[in-house]
Design a protein around this ligand. Structure first.
Ligand SMILES: Nc1nc2c(c(=O)[nH]1)N[C@H]1C(S)=C(S)[C@@H](COP(=O)(O)OP(=O)(O)OC[C@H]3O[C@@H](n4cnc5c(=O)[nH]c(N)nc54)[C@H](O)[C@@H]3O)O[C@H]1N2
Ligand SMILES: Nc1nc2c(c(=O)[nH]1)N[C@H]1C(S)=C(S)[C@@H](COP(=O)(O)OP(=O)(O)OC[C@H]3O[C@@H](n4cnc5c(=O)[nH]c(N)nc54)[C@H](O)[C@@H]3O)O[C@H]1N2
Ligand code: SF4
Ligand SMILES: [Mo]
Length: 682
């Protein structure tokens, strides 16, 4: 008899879907979205609708392995768990003895969003050891700072309320590609007369499906936001009462934006002045107006300030008062789980007598090749594929190929990074282990139990770090906590949003709405101010709100731009998840593509479908040209990220991207990247 089991999609996606699995004789035969979940609403994105292909793929890693070929060559032999754990514990101990424990670096990101397997026993283990700490900046740290500077806290409009909007701005947000469960709410709003506008250098599927698409030059969003404020304040369209009650620094803002005329912004953004005026007026006078801001804008050199400037718009117009107004970048900070007790950073003090050093993950290449006192001698990678996704890939690969670096990789598949490991450990998928899930695109907390048996000798991250702790001889009781102990620890929080939510309730109901508002009423976080600042007000702080074009842009370093005249962006591919699913041929094809304008193609003798070489001073990679109107002249776009090893030159787009940091937050500037393109085949 088929059995129905529940799970939660653990991929790094705002939607965090509730899943329903049909299981027959222990084998999953069907995976679908939970029809009862208010955001999942019974459907899945294309990539996870086919997740069973990945779950049962013949290339799944099932046993521990030891490298027998050169680093990067991908030749391994099977070993036992005992051998693997003994080797790792022995090498880590030797490194700590000779160079100090900070010579050991954990490297992880969001292969899973499950709180235990993302940052549970691993954190306790590395803190107990006194290893270097990793600053997890690769994705959203610039936006995190920008949003916090604006609102004091990182949450916003509920996805369910977008259905009430009359104007929706998708600002650097590919809703259909990266946040598809918002789309039904957008469509419901449109059926009721709402307009959807997209602001993006790349006319992707969402742009093509919108009422109006504004092609904006990469990294110039601050100029657009400031000019919109110029119009809104200049024409008296702001909400004077809201501004008076709940903000500080309006006079400074008024003075600051006076110089930001639409004409000035038009030159920088590439959007005509008349269009900017029209957009500002429409945004300020249509109620409710909701902004879906996503992380695209903050992967540029002024990324944090871009987010901050945009997040001030609904404050200026008082849009936070409206059901269906406001802005969403993330909802994650509403989940006030007890992360401190989960991670136990206090354990560092026992090991080192102080906090361990903090290394920026976006500068991995530099950390592996130039760092001293101590150098990084051991690297433990899990939930991430840095050889494919980290910027400045040639430097990263140089580091990963160091003969004196001991590298452990916990993986489901033999990725580019796993090819560089000394030891590879096979791990479970989210369908096979217990975990607790917050979300960054809605307000439901969810828990999942294993729905399927772990295949081969796979184990969860959380369990592997428990085993490693024992092998190292660490006997702190918290290093032996069970998964359930750790979930209870997370739920042990005094915050009212989590009031009375228990493991037992989550077990029963799978998904529980945070107590953000009574009886499911719309959550209006800033309707009456209540910003997350010390005085509860939003501070415009205009003295620090200004715009300089990115160095790597058409208005930046003129000498560089004359050699590399094209602005490269490498946004997310619709049907994959960063480098996850890189084993699929369809994904490889889509992420081996460079979109360019007919003018830029024609000037270089490039025809649709021919091979091109993209290059700059950091490196080069080979892609297939697509001449298709997705970008304007001067911009090229390569959906990311393929497995580099599948490329003819073993490189992907990150061979081009820069590891220069954003204005705040230490984020990478993937989308501030100047390149040249040449034809190199048919
Ligand atoms: N299908 C799919 N879904 C995903 C992912 C994936 O790889 N594939 N990745 C997940 C992850 S890790 C994340 S962080 C989220 C990210 O989700 P998003 O932030 O939506 O994704 P991005 O592709 O980074 O950027 C969104 C849009 O910003 C545009 N953009 C780039 N530069 C600029 C700019 O300077 N200004 C403006 N206005 N727009 C710009 C891009 O062209 C893109 O269309 O998605 C998650 N979901
Ligand atoms: N050029 C360019 N580069 C980018 C971006 C871009 O837009 N353009 N986006 C950046 C962003 S926003 C992000 S978030 C990063 C994403 O970079 P990563 O976080 O490295 O994401 P993935 O490439 O999806 O790799 C995740 C890996 O974790 C593995 N995994 C899944 N579940 C588990 C588990 O339970 N345990 C273990 N041990 N492994 C597991 C998967 O098999 C997969 O290989 O990429 C960044 N890189
Ligand atoms: S990747 Fe996102 S949209 Fe797709 S199933 Fe997972 S949570 Fe849902
Ligand atoms: Mo991300």
């Amino acid at each position: 008899m088929p059995e129905i089991r529940h799970s939660v999609c653990a991929l790094d996606c705002p939607d965090t879907c509730s899943l329903v699995l049909t299981v027959e004789d222990g084998h999953a035969t069907r995976l679908r979205g939970d029809p009862g979940h208010p955001v999942t609403r019974g459907f899945l994105c294309g990539k996870v609708a086919q997740y069973l292909e990945r779950e049962y793929h013949p290339q799944r890693l099932l046993y521990p392995q030891r490298r027998v070929g050169a680093k990067g060559a991908g030749r391994f032999e099977r070993i036992t768990w005992d051998e693997a754990l003994d080797t790792i514990a022995g090498r880590l101990r030797a490194v700590a003895d000779e160079f100090g424990p900070e010579a050991i670096l954990p490297y992880s990101y969001k292969g899973t969003m499950g709180l235990l397997n993302d940052g549970g026993m691993d954190r306790r283990f590395f803190h107990r050891m006194g290893a270097s700490r990793l600053d997890r900046t690769i994705c959203s740290s610039a936006g995190t700072v920008g949003l916090t500077q604006a609102l004091g806290v990182r949450y916003g409009t509920e996805p369910e309320q977008f259905r009430h909007a009359k104007l929706i701005l998708a600002w650097g947000a590919n809703i259909l590609g990266t946040n598809v469960h918002l789309w039904p709410f957008v469509m419901e709003a449109r059926r009721n007369g709402a307009k959807l506008y997209t602001i993006d250098p790349n006319r992707n599927r969402t742009g093509a499906a919108s009422d109006k698409h504004f092609f904006i030059n990469p990294g110039s969003d601050i100029a657009l936001a400031l000019a919109m404020m110029h119009v809104i304040i200049g024409e008296g369209l702001h909400d004077a009462d809201y501004v008076e009650r709940y903000t500080e620094g309006f006079d400074g803002l008024r003075a600051r934006v006076r110089a930001w005329t639409p004409q000035r912004a038009a030159e920088l953004t590439g959007i005509a002045a008349g269009e900017i005026v029209q957009l500002a007026r429409e945004y300020a006078t249509t109620r409710p107006a909701a902004i879906r801001l996503n992380y695209g804008v903050q992967r540029s050199e002024r990324g944090a300030t871009s987010v901050r400037a945009i997040a001030l718009l609904p404050v200026l117009t008082g849009s936070w008062k409206d059901v269906g107004g406001g802005l969403q970048l993330s909802t994650s900070q509403a989940f006030h789980l007890n992360r401190a007790a989960l991670e136990r950073s206090d354990l560092q003090h026992a090991a080192l007598g102080r906090q361990a050093r903090l290394l920026n993950m976006s500068l991995l290449g530099q950390a592996l090749t130039t760092l001293d006192n101590p150098p990084v001698k051991a690297l433990v990678v899990y939930n991430s594929n840095p050889a494919a996704i980290a910027p400045n890939q040639n430097v990263v690969l140089g580091g990963l190929r160091r003969e004196d670096l001991f590298t452990v990789v916990l993986e489901q598949f033999q990725t580019d990074t796993a090819d560089h490991a000394d030891i590879v450990l096979p791990v479970t998928t989210f369908l096979e282990h217990t975990d607790l899930y917050l979300a960054y695109g809605h307000y439901y907390l969810q828990m999942a139990r294993p729905a399927l048996t772990a295949p081969g000798e796979t184990k969860s991250n959380n369990h592997i770090f428990r085993l490693l702790a024992a092998r190292m001889g660490f006997d702190d009781a918290c290093l032996a906590d069970s998964d359930d102990d750790m979930i209870r620890t997370l739920l042990d929080s005094p915050h009212p949003f989590l009031k009375d939510i228990t493991l037992e309730q989550l077990e029963r109901e799978h998904s529980v709405r945070l107590k953000v508002s009574p009886n499911g009423a719309p959550f209006l976080p800033f309707a009456e101010g209540s910003f997350g600042t010390p005085d509860g007000k939003c501070h415009f702080d205009a003295a620090t709100l200004d715009y300089q074009p990115p160095l790597e842009s058409r208005h930046g370093d003129a000498a560089l731009h004359s050699r590399y005249p094209l602005e490269l962006i490498s946004p997310k591919n619709d049907d994959s998840m960063n480098s996850t699913f890189g084993h699929r041929d369809t994904v490889d094809l889509a992420t081996a593509t460079l979109h360019l304008s007919a003018a830029d193609a024609g000037a270089r003798g490039i025809r649709h479908g021919c091979q091109v070489r993209v290059f700059n001073d950091r490196g080069a990679c080979l892609l297939r040209a697509s001449v298709d109107g997705r970008v304007r002249p001067g911009v090229v776009c390569a959906p990311s990220s393929r497995w580099a090893k599948r490329a003819p030159d073993q490189r992907n787009i990150n061979a081009l991207t820069s590891d220069r940091s954003t204005d705040f937050g230490g984020g990478p500037t993937f989308y501030s990247c100047l390149v040249q393109v040449e034809r190199c085949g048919d």
